[in-house]
Write a protein that binds this ligand. Sequence first.
Ligand code: 8YV
Length: 328
Amino acid sequence: MKPKVFITRKIPTHLLNKLEEVCEVSIWNHENTPVPREVLEEKIVDAVGLFCLLTETIDEELLQKANNLKVISNMAVGYNNINVDVASKKGIIVTNTPGVLTETTADLTFALLMATARRIPEASDYLRDGKWSTWSPMQLTGQDIYNSTIGIIGLGRIGEALAKRAKGFNMDILYYNRSRKLEAEKELGLQYSTLENLLKESDYVCIMTPYTPETKNMIRKEHFKLMKDTSIIINTARGGIVNENDLYHALVNGEIWAAGLDVFEQEPVPMDHPLLTMPNVVTLPHIGSPSIATRIKMANVAVNNMLQALNGEIPENIVNKELGKFNN
Ligand code: 8YV
């Protein structure tokens, strides 16, 4: 009998076929509607494999219903949507898709930085709204990027890829991380900094750290007060790392100059969110990783992780590594 696998979103046909060769696959095939909780609750009962996205909350209550589940393959590098502790206690392997989305997400982060600094969406709307009737020297003026200072909070793979882009713009690069990255310091000329110093010195503060209980609300009221009034905050990591209410007030009070946000505490972001009313906030619908090629690579890695686990192997991208050791 083939093991049952539930997939919460459409994946490329060739990858679906690959799974179907060895699994009995059922799929939530509705592109624009997330899988309803009751369907997830029903499917989890006898699924051996769950292939999901960040949009699915795999919490303790759901995991307690899983009688046969061996593996959760998350098609994302982040896995804050999954209660990994409970999964581990139940012996369920959790996997993610690191590596393949690094450069694409760093590209988007730098694009958002540039769009925010030079007010590109606002300028585009200005033209299309028929407001371009004349020219005045200080109209739509932004901030310089070349030769400025960037502060990177979280120097993982994507943070380091962002630093490489910043180096091309001759930026001074500060970083704050749990541990020092001496090789990256040498190769890219990065300077290790305290969080306070980074906030004080940077023209661009980029949030690149994973979302964990330690990083929840990491940037709040007192941190905005340290920043320059010309500085810009960019978040392509997770919304909950920056306190949105405090960010809104920092922008209203002119404590910082602008923000570029690809992520929000609640996604999709409610349309009456105060940050959506600010002209100096550039907003994106969480599009760090979706280039066509990267999305196919992510799905491929997630399928391989699933197949390895179902085959009794330790998947290449196991998150709860203690289970891998135990199985060994
Ligand atoms: C995805 C992401 O868009 O990988 C991540 O952690 O945030 C993005 O790449 C999203 O997670 C898809 O599940």
